[in-house]
Design a protein around this ligand. Sequence first.
Ligand SMILES: Cc1cc2nc3c(=O)[nH]c(=O)nc-3n(C[C@H](O)[C@H](O)[C@H](O)COP(=O)(O)OP(=O)(O)OC[C@H]3O[C@@H](n4cnc5c(N)ncnc54)[C@H](O)[C@@H]3O)c2cc1C
Length: 457
Amino acid sequence: MTTTNTMPGAKDVVVIGAGFAGLSAAVALASKGFRVVVLEGKPALGGRAYSFSDAETGDFVDNGQHVLMGCYSETLDFIEQIGARDKLVFQEDLEIEMLAGAGRSARLRTSRLPGPLHMSGALLGYGHLTTRERVAAMRAGFKLLAMRRRGELKNLTVSELMDRLGQSENARQCFWYPISVATLNDEPESSSAELLAEVLKRAFFSRRRDSAFVYSRVGLSDLYCTGAKQFIERAGGAVETRATVEMLEPGEGGRIQSVRLRGGRRIEASNFIAAVPAPQLMRLLPENAVANNFFARLAGLSSSPIICAHVWFDREITDSPFVGFIDTTTQWMFNKRRIFSERGEQHPGYLSFVISGARKLIDLGNDELIAIVMRDLKRMIPAAAEANVVKWLVLKEKQATMAPDLSSHELRPTVETPIPNFFLAGDWIQTGLPATIESAVIAGRAAANAIVSRAGG
Ligand SMILES: Cc1cc2nc3c(=O)[nH]c(=O)nc-3n(C[C@H](O)[C@H](O)[C@H](O)COP(=O)(O)OP(=O)(O)OC[C@H]3O[C@@H](n4cnc5c(N)ncnc54)[C@H](O)[C@@H]3O)c2cc1C
């Protein structure tokens, strides 16, 4: 049966997908007096940044630890807009502990100098580099910015850039590659140097507070999904889950007239935003649009996986809120109990581990993956060997983010499409940033702005 929900006004917008991009677009539109219907196919909101409650431990488990930075200005503004800023923890200055083996700890800690000089302080005090490497890394940072300004990074991968900048193997492993893999989510041999330069410029060569880490003290879904839904509903809009859009239906004048949902329901609107990843978008497009080069080229984008392991121990094994591991398969460890600012009576040691750019590991079984994580952990923090594992969980995100390869720059689309009332949003849209939360929110808000300005608002 086909039921049609007709949305008469020019200010009616359907947003498909309720991740950071879709929800930030919908909130931006709702704040300008538009009536928005958000349609999310899954039973819960949040897309690739969601959390769930673990029945056994009572903990909120994020699908993977997400870290924001002070330079995520659009994201922080969105979180402020929905009244959730107090759910975030802001480091005052960037401070990251990096472990290169048991007891071999060094900190990247920015100095109290104004940006970008604050970064020089961090590098000069970073114990995993020799004095010569610290000076060379500082020089390389400024050279990299100059190359970016002159447009010389377009065809370079991160590892080729490191060759050009004369960076030693040790400087790569202890400094450049941990940043590159964490922010670009792929191997330095295939990742775009241009994207890395954009991250470094925004995060490390700007204001001091832009470099600091920001993370959620609550589960991810609680951070932004609840507040965004309430905001949209208060403005007269609706947010539906288990509402999978199967097709965008064409109307007159090359426009989209309606969406058809699984089960047959149709919803008409004046404008539509698809805030879904590229492969899902391709399945929704009307037949004549698929052949259009604007959309056809999107098939060239590929993705890169992330593996996250959550381990509950019977005791605390570290005081640090998060630690970077050098020269191990596991890259980051987050101490969830510290991050959630609560100490559970039952399972005090809840740790979360991240392996980004995990192409070579994604097909391994969960038992093998947890063995790798535990081996790395014991190498870095031997006290872990004395603790008992209460429970573990491995979550694989096979298509975690768009691969940041050299071709992605040309392939990423704009929010405006050749279809006049149809817009795109998502972390993979051309924002100049890697596929991150900030990229998703920039794209979501840009799609909303495009609709507002066309409506003359
Ligand atoms: C494990 C992991 C760790 C990460 N860590 C970080 C980090 O530390 N920092 C950072 O900035 N970024 C991180 N990211 C990236 C970040 O999660 C994404 O950039 C961001 O969540 C993307 O949001 P989005 O709205 O663009 O897409 P999505 O979150 O994918 O949202 C799209 C939504 O559309 C829905 N949908 C798809 N098709 C349909 C349909 N036909 N009908 C209805 N709904 C549909 C999907 O169910 C989904 O909810 C990480 C990602 C992962 C997977």
